[in-house]
Each structure stands twice: as C-alpha cells, then as structure tokens.
Ligand binder design. Structure first.
Ligand SMILES: [Zn+2]
Length: 413
C-alpha cells in the first residue's frame, strides 16, 4: 500500500465540527488511516515510509459533492431541444468533458439527475475501468417522465402503474443507483411546470417498486401540489422545490407543502445556481432581443422568489444539499461553489453550506459509508483550497489539491 501524509493549515472535516488546526492526515492506499493534530504520535507506526504533501496556508476538506447535474448537457446556453439532437456518442464525449471539468474544480462526486439511454452508465464504466478520469458518479440513467413530459428526449417515458413498475425495474437492471421522476413539467418546451404530472396512485407504485429494489426516489417538483404528493409517497429526495403557479413563472409559497416536506425528512437540492447563471449570461449581453429581455426579467423575479422561499424552508426545517443543475442552460460544471454561496445568502451559515456539499450530500446519496467526511476509514477524496472557506466560501474556488481514491488528480501548491 502507498502511504501518504498530508499536512495543511486547517481541516474542515465535513461533519460541521469546528476546524482542526495543523491537521496531519495519513492515507493508506485509497483510504484514510488516521487523522492527527500537529504530528504523527511517536508510538504510531502506520506512517512509516510515507510521502508527504504540505499545504501550510490551505484548508483541507472532503471533495465536494454536486447532487444535481446533467452530464449529457453542455451548460453553455445551448437550448435543450438542440443539445439533445446530438447522437449518443457525442453525448458521451460531452459527459466525459463535463465530468473532468468538475473533478479539476474539486468536485469529486456528481449525482446525475438524468441523461439519454445508457449514456451516463457508459461514462461511469469508462471512468471505473480507467479509460478516462472523472469523479465518482451516482446515477439514475433516464429520468422517468410522462409521455411528452419534461426531458422525454432521454427515453424515460412511462404512463400508468404497470409501465412505471416496468421502467423502474428496467433502470435498476441497467445500473441506476436511484430513481428520478419528473413530478412536474420543466424547461422542456410544451411541458407544465405549474401542475403535477403523475397521479398519486402512479407515484405510490413507483416509490414502492423503487424502495423494494433498495433504490431511493428523487422527485423533480416545480410546484407546491407536486411537493405535497412527493412527501405523501415517501420521496427520499426533492429536486428544486419551487412553487410555480402559472405559465409566466409566478410563484406562491405553500407552507403546508413545506411542513409536509420538513416532516418527511426528504433531502432537497434547491438548484439556485441555474437561475444565477441564467441571469449572469443574459445580463452580460450587450444587446438583448425582446425575448432575451423577457427571460432576464423572468429569471430575476424567480431568483428573488427562490431565495426568499429557500430561507423560509430552512426556517421550517427542510434539509438542503448542494445541487446545481449543472449542464442545464448556462450552468457550468464548477457551479457548486455558487450554489453554496447562494445557500449562504439564503440563510445557511458557511459551515452549514459546506456540510450540505459534503457529509449531508453523501448521506442523501447513500454513499456516506465511504465519502463526505475526512475521518479514519473513509475513502480519500480530498481537496485543499487556499485560505479559509469559513471567511469566504469563494476560497473553495482556489483549489490547490484534488485527490480521488487516494490518488492525486491535481497538485497546484
Ligand atoms: Zn435538472
């Protein structure tokens, strides 16, 4: 086994505990063998022959986790119907590029919330076999949607309880770690984000089938009625949790849905970054067409609503994790720090935002036996960043070290 010692100025271990000053983290192969403060104890011989990496002014953390991305999509503003005109082979190539962009930025785990056919499984296979580098991937394959529903281009259309049961079984057979279902319409033209897509009976059967196959269920919800349904059928994870009421994108907060969501214990990815990047891209245009101006106005009003609704949900006890919707619209594969900064603006402390992108994210993804904490026995997915992210979360963008499975991905100290 290769032994490595990493020293840094401080350690934020992902649990929410205060930083440890002058940490010494000892790796044995791909796992963390021990964490000490100051020095390796003299009577401990587990560090013999280790190579030493030093980041004296930096903060060491668990690799970040983005709980909501779409590897297939370029994240460069290409409209969705155009982006999915590419053949599967091109979608795989784009996915590999996106995965590598995230890894270089210290995002060592991505949860993909929907891609076409088997493309995301193929990408994971190529990474796991060592043909290409990339983060750890947690996958659903195709998102399940009603015929003609949000993201139907990906191949996950199913209607009625029998078809839904079949689709869940098929995705589990293909290698899905969790089941993602579009509980409302969304950014796909012609779909309705302001009303539920599936009936209670359909969602009940889908959730029962997924849970019997030991898969968590994640439901995309852009309206309050869908949130109520999701909580009622025992969804494990909610994507977005927005409150759209009409075609214009107006929103109305629904306290009874939020109370049900908080009581259910489901984890929520707010995907605030997607609005942030849409506004950034549209505001940067020197000239805007009437349509672009209308889109900018709409996103600005949605963003104001989303931040105030996020704050209200935090106060109601909803448990958020960091999920960006990277790939969608203009959202880049480095957006997880934007999401953390936005969650901080919306009421989480800096430390809570870090927990939302590390240990809480890992538990939401059922990978917390391996990842999300810098602790003895955990897999060594680590980053070191310049300065202290508790002073400014943007310091998480000053990446000096990225390590995956105990192997250096990049070392810029
Ligand atoms: Zn999404």
């Amino acid at each position: 086994m290769t032994r490595t010692i990493i020293r840094a100025g401080r350690l934020i271990d992902g649990s929410g505990a205060p930083p440890l000053i002058d940490p010494v983290v000892v790796l044995d192969g791909s796992r963390i063998a021990a964490v000490f403060q100051g020095a390796v104890p003299e009577n401990w011989d587990g560090a013999a022959g280790a190579s030493v990496l030093e980041y004296p002014d930096a903060t060491l953390l668990p690799g970040l986790i983005d709980c909501h991305v779409h590897l297939n999509l370029p994240g460069d503003g290409t409209p969705f119907p155009l982006a999915v005109e590419e053949p599967d082979g091109v979608l795989v190539a784009i996915s590999v590029r996106n995965a590598q962009t995230a890894l270089a930025a210290g995002i060592t785990t991505l949860r993909d919330c929907g891609g076409r056919g088997a493309t995301t499984f193929d990408v994971r296979r190529a990474i796991d076999r060592g043909y290409v580098s990339g983060p750890r991937l947690v996958l659903c394959g195709q998102p399940i949607t009603i015929t003609g529903g949000h993201c139907w281009y990906f191949g996950g259309e199913a209607d009625g309880v029998d078809a839904l049961r079949h689709k869940v079984r098929e995705l589990a057979k293909m290698g899905a770690d969790f089941i993602k279902v579009m509980g409302t319409g969304g950014g796909t033209p012609g779909t309705m984000s302001w009303q539920p897509s599936f009936s209670r009976e359909e969602l009940d059967v889908l959730a029962q089938e997924a849970h019997s196959l030991l898969r968590k269920v994640s439901i995309h919800c852009l309206c309050g009625e869908a949130l109520l349904l999701a909580a009622a059928v025992g969804a494990d994870h909610i994507e977005h949790a927005w409150f759209i009421t009409d075609e214009a994108g107006n929103q109305r907060y629904m306290p009874e849905a939020v109370d049900a969501l908080a009581r259910s214990g489901a984890r929520v990815s707010a995907t605030l970054a997607v609005g942030y990047h849409s506004i950034k891209a549209l505001a940067a245009l020197e000239r805007r067409s009437p349509d672009e101006q209308a889109a900018l106005d709409r996103w600005r009003s949605m963003m104001d609503d989303n931040l105030s609704h996020f704050n209200a949900q935090v106060k109601a006890g909803v448990q958020f994790v960091a999920g960006t919707d990277a790939g969608w619209g203009h959202t880049p594969y480095t957006a997880v720090v934007d999401e953390m900064e936005l969650m901080h603006q919306g009421g989480l402390s800096s430390m809570e935002a870090i927990v939302a992108a590390t240990s809480r994210a890992a538990s939401a993804l059922a990978i917390d036996g391996d990842l999300g904490l810098v602790r003895e026995g955990m897999v060594a997915n680590l980053i070191a960043v310049a300065g202290n992210p508790l002073d400014d979360l943007r310091n998480l963008e000053k990446v000096q070290l990225v390590m995956k499975n105990g192997t250096l991905v990049s070392d810029r100290a």
